[in-house]
Design a protein around this ligand. Structure first.
Ligand SMILES: [Zn+2]
Length: 1003
């Protein structure tokens, strides 16, 4: 039904069959005074009243934006500020130096990025600031800090060694939003005497306490929740830097209907300011969402710098808002959501109100660009927690269509500093294409082929392949891909540019000031780089038939003032728009372009412009293990990927979430997983909602059985992929050891996958009824597509109407069943029994020594280095301290050596068997991650005084996102042995504890 617009008592009503809104034009409230759902399902009612809009404009006051800081760690706990280690070091008095940090809300304590959800201690930011002579006599305003949950809880600010201010906030009752801390020094006040005009001043910021935890976060995984906020200010102004303008009054109004959408337009003018606002509200047909946009006009003769603007601000009555942030919507009560449809848009809330804001940083020149057109704000209602995700799925780029994707990354690898690079070359690519040709002969076809990281000339402009590795150019490679009817995809780093991962190469076509100022990352709005990226992508589309891009790592917070945007926070919207414009131009040239976004595209709104995003608030890569130990790395990795989807189940469309796929590879990025366990990962991967087969790496690792398996699965997905649109979570949860899975069922047909993510076996029962989407009162035939590690067993079971499917699961078994209404002729064969699972063996470790390792004792240096490096810097020389104390967490530097023994009693095995010993590391119940746990936890098993051969997982330094919080020692136990002695020798922070579990496995 088309939307309608009609005059009612005090304004206009916009309505369609599922929604109505009243926009008032008289009375106390101009704007929305009523929103309600009209559909058949019962939705929560809310009481909405729009509030007057505020614009924030820049004053004439001169500003000095701080581009970067020198960082330094302080104490790891919340001691008083004068007792903090950084204060004791007199950081507030000494000139800055060392570690460069871009933003005041970043805490770079260690390369593992693992302390940014909860950190009770201190961190210091210092910079020299030259105050102009002409500021003498004016108030000096320091605006330093954030306004959201990413901000520090307390600050102390020092100028030239003297404290000039402090700020703190407490979100216990009010939520995380607060005003940005600012400190004003006025002439005549005592602090003013510390300012040195016409020379450099030492500005030092001592910050304490980060707490970004939410009740939904799983405590064990707290170190892995990741995020960032670009909502941080860091500047000094000579005078009041901003002015808020409010008090606009209605001067005109109208309503119209066009293309089925109904709209109301309000023109607001200001009695004393040269600013006017045109606000447009609209309702599309068949959508329970009201949109609003404002246009800000400069009505005067001089330029106005519009820094911030409300697009929509309203009270919510008793419905409690939650969530929000930059790039994220708020949820209001049970069924409502609101946000700004742009990754730079801000949704913030108070106890009973929501404020949807933009930060344009736009210069409104009266002669030229005198208008600013805001991003659209939305407020809508839908299916409970999924209301927003459903809205975004309708408007997002990726539609519900199954994709098959292959990347040869993992066959090659250049993104490594610890291990030798494996270059992507023409022979390697062509050989890989031969393998894919053979797979096509078996009915296994990939739609997309990604020529991944390392393809391009690092000195070029993204048009040519690397001349050393593709001496004949790229023609043969592209031809081979097109001949197989695959669409080529290219990997590009918008932050690193053509020389990505080749840190010794300087691209001659880019200049040093093309980056964001604080580090080497390129700015998306820097004209040279913006043009090169866009032209390179367009060239690949037009010349080589490229049909997609993986865009990996990006920076939108830029301190430069020569890129056509304001520095720092006020440049984010424009910098994102520069990138969106590049995507739009590529999509204009190639409408079905596939865009996959990776690191630091951190807003679901990116799905309006791209097909998938990957960074969704839980730190992971394609082969990062979870905190739950497993028999082989892959099993823990699969759990981690399922956790990523689980965490975001309701926050954004499942189809837009990159599953990260399955790796066949013996490279670092693949955690050397090889092909072991890949089938179980494959089963889980395509059913968790993103409707994709995504395979990486070395097809040479597949054996004939693997190909038979892949053929079987490919056949099933080709015939049944429509089922995969609406997965439901069944059984347990990937956050705990045990069986969990997904069911994708509709009426009389469906698929079920289950992963028994634990050492023991378990039998589960699933009711085949409406709870998983099946028609109730129906008998079903359950055909095992994959069970007991076999795709050929194909057991079929009958489950009577109203009955339960009983499944006996082996240790870490993943299985898949096709479920359909019972037929007349099906043969029934029960699945075989899974292999025997390991048995738990109780142990009682006895501590034999526990000593603090003194930093002043040279004999301890190697072991201390192992722990600190393990937490911070991947290294080839682990026993040499790589990270100085200023850039490590104090809690990680207080280190002990602990030795324990434990007796293991076994029922004497008749044949050779395995003893599995897991060690988990945690601090206060939060998994503690490090890059090489095998270096700090050493375990031997002795039988009759003889040490048993062992294998350790992991056994190499892990330098990508993640690290490990556990290690598995696996010992070969000879037949007949009934007593073993375990000897554990560990070094770890005093605040980290170890937990061991022991399992006895037949094989
Ligand atoms: Zn820039």
């Amino acid at each position: 039904m088309q939307a309608t617009s009609e005059r009612v008592g005090n304004g206009y009503r916009l309505a369609n069959n599922s929604f109505e809104a009243i926009v008032s034009i008289t009375g106390d409230h101009i704007g929305i005074t009523h929103l309600s759902h009209r559909g058949t399902s019962e939705r929560q009612k809310i009481d909405v009243t729009e509030k007057p809009l505020t614009l924030r404009v820049a004053t004439e006051a001169q500003r000095i934006d701080i581009v970067s800081w020198s960082g330094h760690s302080g104490s790891g706990s919340a001691v008083p500020p004068e007792e903090d280690w950084g204060y004791q070091l007199k950081l507030h008095e000494n000139p800055p130096g060392g570690n460069s940090v871009q933003r005041l809300n970043e805490i770079p304590l260690g390369g593992a990025l693992y302390t940014d959800t909860y950190y009770p201690g201190y961190y210091w930011y210092r910079q020299m600031v030259a105050l102009p002579k002409e500021w003498d006599g004016k108030p000096v305003v320091f605006v330093l800090g954030g306004c959201d949950q990413y901000d520090w809880r307390a600050y102390w600010v020092y100028l030239n060694g003297k404290r000039i201010g402090e700020a703190s906030y407490d979100d216990t009752y009010l939520g995380p939003w607060h005003e940005t801390p600012r400190y004003v020094l006025k002439p005549g006040e005592p602090g003013y005497a510390h300012l040195k005009f016409g020379q450099a001043n030492l500005l030092a910021v001592q910050a304490r306490g980060l707490d970004r935890r939410t009740p939904e976060m799983h405590r064990l995984d707290l170190e892995r929740y990741s995020g960032q906020s670009l909502l941080v200010d860091q500047y000094v102004a000579g005078g009041e830097p901003t002015r808020d303008v409010t008090g606009f009054t209605l001067s005109d109004h109208s309503a119209s209907v066009a293309d089925g959408a109904a709209s109301v337009e309000l023109v607001m003018t200001h009695p004393s300011e040269a600013l006017a606002i045109t606000a447009r509200y609209w309702l599309n047909p068949d959508e329970a969402v009201l949109h609003k946009r404002i246009v800000v006009h400069n009505m005067g003769n001089s330029t106005i710098t519009l820094l911030e603007a409300d697009v929509m601000s309203f009270t919510t009555g008793t419905a409690q808002p939650a969530g929000g942030g930059q790039g994220w919507p708020v949820r209001i009560g049970e069924d409502w959501f609101a946000g700004v449809c742009h990754p730079a848009g801000i949704a913030r809330y108070g106890k009973d109100s929501v404020r949807l804001q933009v930060v344009p940083g736009a210069s409104l020149d009266p002669a030229h660009t005198h208008d600013y057109v805001s991003k659209s704000a939305v407020v809508g209602v839908g299916n409970g927690r999924r209301a927003f995700a459903d809205y975004l799925q309708v408007h997002g780029r990726r539609k519900s269509q199954f994709l098959n994707m292959f990347s040869l990354y993992g066959l090659c690898e250049i993104a490594t500093s610890l291990y030798d690079k494996i270059e992507l070359t023409e022979p390697l690519l062509l050989k890989n294409i031969d393998q894919l040709t053979a797979l096509q002969g078996r009915g296994i076809k990939f739609d997309y082929y990604c020529i991944d990281t390392g393809w391009n000339d690092p000195r070029g402009e993204l048009k040519t392949f690397h001349p050393a590795n593709f001496p004949h150019g790229s023609d043969r490679s592209f031809k081979a891909i097109h001949d197989l009817k695959m669409k080529p995809l290219l990997w590009i780093s918008p932050a690193q540019g053509p020389a990505a991962f080749r840190f010794d190469v300087v691209n001659p076509l880019l200049k040093p000031d093309d980056n964001v100022g604080a580090n080497s990352f390129l700015c998306m709005a820097a004209p040279r780089w913006r043009d090169m990226l866009r032209e390179g992508m367009l060239y690949q589309i037009k010349t080589n038939g490229v049909r997609g891009f993986k865009l990996d790592e990006v920076a939108f917070y830029c301190g430069r003032s020569n890129h056509g945007h304001l520095p720092n926070k006020y440049g984010v919207e424009r910098t994102m728009d520069a990138f969106i414009d590049t995507l739009n131009q590529c999509q204009g040239e190639c409408p079905d372009l596939l865009a996959m976004l990776y690191w630091r595209f951190m807003s679901p709104w990116w799905l309006l412009h791209a097909d998938t995003i990957y960074q969704r608030g839980l730190l992971m890569e394609g082969s990062t293990p979870s905190p739950l130990p497993s028999r082989i790395t892959r099993q823990s990795v699969t759990v981690s990927l399922d956790q990523g989807h689980d965490w975001n189940w309701d926050t954004m469309p499942l189809i837009g979430q990159d599953s990260l796929g399955v790796w066949l590879s013996n490279t670092r990025w693949a955690s050397w997983m090889g092909a072991e366990g890949w089938r179980e990962a494959w089963i889980m991967d395509f059913v968790r909602g993103n409707m994709m087969h995504q395979l990486w790496g070395d097809l040479g690792l597949l054996n004939p059985d693997d190909v038979t398996f892949m053929e079987g699965i490919a056949k099933w997905t080709a015939q049944n992929s429509d089922l995969l649109k609406h997965p439901r979570r069944i059984l347990g949860s990937p956050w705990k050891p045990g069986p969990y899975g997904y069911a994708c069922c509709e009426g009389d047909h469906g698929v079920i996958v289950i992963n028994n993510a634990q050492f023991p076996g378990e039998t589960v029962r699933i009711a085949l009824d409406e709870h998983i989407g099946l028609k109730p009162g129906t008998a079903f035939d359950v055909r095992w597509i994959y069970k007991n590690g076999s795709v050929t067993e194909q057991a079929t079971q009958r489950v009577a109407a109203g009955g339960e499917l009983e499944i006996e699961l082996g240790s870490f078994e993943a299985c898949m069943a096709d479920v359909r209404a019972a037929g007349a002729d099906s043969k029934q064969i029960s699945p075989g029994r899974p292999a025997a699972a390991p048995r738990s063996i109780p142990i009682r470790p006895i501590q034999t020594s526990y000593t603090a390792l003194s930093w002043y004792n040279p004999a301890n240096q190697k072991r201390l280095a192992l722990v600190v490096n393990n937490r911070t810097v991947a290294t080839r020389s682990p026993e040499v301290l790589q990270a100085s104390p200023d850039r490590s967490d104090e809690r990680d530097r207080d280190i002990v050596r602990e030795t324990l023994t434990a007796e293991v009693v076994l029922e004497p095995p008749k044949t050779a068997s395995k003893l599995l010993v897991t060690t988990r590391l945690d601090r206060d119940g939060i998994a503690w991650h490090c890059l090489a746990p095998f270096e700090i936890i050493r375990i031997t098993a002795l039988a009759d005084g003889k040490s048993l051969p062992s294998k350790v997982t992991p056994n190499r330094w892990h330098e990508e996102a993640g690290g490990w919080s556990w290690v598995l020692h696996e010992f070969d136990v000879p037949p007949g042995v009934s007593h073993l002695d375990l000897q554990i020798d560990a070094v770890h922070p005093k605040t980290v504890s170890m937990t061991n579990e022991v399992w006895h496995a037949e094989s």
